[in-house]
Design a protein around this ligand. Sequence first.
Ligand code: FAD
Length: 545
Amino acid sequence: GKKIIIVGGVAGGATTAAKLRRLDENAEIIMFERGEFISFANCGLPYYIGEVIKERSKLLVQTVEGMKQRYNMDIRNFTEVTSIDREQKIITARNVQTGQEYSETYDFLILSTGAKPIVPPIEGLQSSNVFTLRNIPDMDKIKGFVEEKSPQTAVVIGGGFIGLEMAENLKEAGLSVTIAEKSPQVMGPLDPEMAGIVQNHLVEKGINLVLNNGIEKVYQNGQLVVLESGEMLESDLIILAIGVAPENNLAKAAGLELGDRGGMKVNEYLQTSDPSIYALGDAIEVKDYVNGTPAMVPLAWPANRQAHIVAHSINGRDIKYPGTMGTSIVKIFDLTAALTGNNEKTLRRLSVPFEAVHIHPLSHAGYYPGASQIAIKLLFDKETGKIFGAQAVGEDGADKRIDVIATAIKGGLTVHDLQELELAYAPPFSSAKDPVNMAGYVASNIVDGMIETVQWDEIDDIKKKGGYLLDVRTVKEFENGHIEGAINIDLDQLRERLAEIPQDKTIHINCQVGLRGYLASRILQQNGFKVKNLTGGYKTYSILN
Ligand code: FAD
């Protein structure tokens, strides 16, 4: 049979190994893993530190012995693959415990080496209270430190997924937590106004959130963090979570082609520039499914799907990997933030013309207890209705809406099709018009030319230029907070008060979430006014204002 060597024994590696065995009983499979553990649940690590997951053993999805037995394969943990001789098809391996080195031939080589936390060259990051989180030993170190040293203050550097999860778990463990983020927002894959909801929630939950402020250096054996602004933060514990970089040393030394950001380049069957060597997971460059440009997407779903494809390809069945959409989700205390496809920042960077709508529907029927608003942003092509991406933030139901839209994108559905999705409804779960349907209706109105919209971040400019802003909420709502300079006419009085509205200007309408603004727009349009409705209403506008 074939002799297959796998480098990396976690998400991508172990999944490929298992699939290879299911496809071929006769293959010789050797899986190398530098660390002690294989097939562990990286994604669960923060929750063990926060004691949401109580048993460490639950994170060890498969043990070396268990997997050897079940899949009849050779698993060599504590063994690093140190070089590849592509001519001879030989790898060199080194047992990291004994130092013993040896070589092994292969017919096929699979690289699932993952990505490592980025550690910038900043003074003081070598202090003993600074941690990164990638694997079980990292997790044990952090948990041990929390238990032994009882730190009171923690600084989490970086407001991405792992940083947010760590901040929450440390807060729940009783520490006073600061998140220091260099960019103007947390969670880069969200657009700023959507991230704003997450930021407000972090603050409500008692996190000290510092944005637009990277770290300058770490002082006093790690006890003090100095930010770029000069601000100082006490730090009994520091978590460094500013992102990951592909582990590409082996590939680089072997002369495999790499992308601009260091990910291994692969074809649609996940072969590297050497057809006998496949690569997958966090270490490869993928194609962005929506826009086709190169991307790095370090997530577990792609690694699992790619494992399936690699195993099949080696066994003579070619399945194409069409790219990664980046569908992802994170819990932030009581909130869920989820997204799929391209965000506005990406579309702007690529100069793709797009429209965006914001809606704030309830997670389920308002008359059934426990409903809460979900902020949903949908990005699409105004001409064709093609869906580019979506983001959802809310306490309940954001996950399934994003999963439905992710499915729609995969299926090539348009915003018109979203109206037609027949989704499960009873009052505890949704409304007869599900939030996804609603997003479809609102977006379709734009594609169909029924309404023009204005975005939350265009309002200040409109104000400056003396534009006309009309708030159609009730007097009471208006008094509770409104866009400065807006004129208030309650929607229910609009028909009688048309004379108060100028005919020669564009009327920028807002209500609370966009719906009454749409109704007002239809009334005004049919009376000869030129109107634009603020998508997402005052609610979206006020997130960052
Ligand atoms: P990894 O799982 O990192 O495995 C690579 C392995 O290769 C490592 O164990 C490494 O030791 C080994 N290795 C590298 N080089 C060598 C070598 N030369 N020789 C031998 N072994 C080698 N994704 C989600 O989708 N959702 C989540 O909620 C989520 N949460 C996460 C939380 C944390 C804390 C972390 C760290 C990651 C999380 N991820 C999440 C990301 C997800 O875990 C990764 O995308 C996935 O594990 C990638 O799989 P991989 O096989 O490419 O790499």
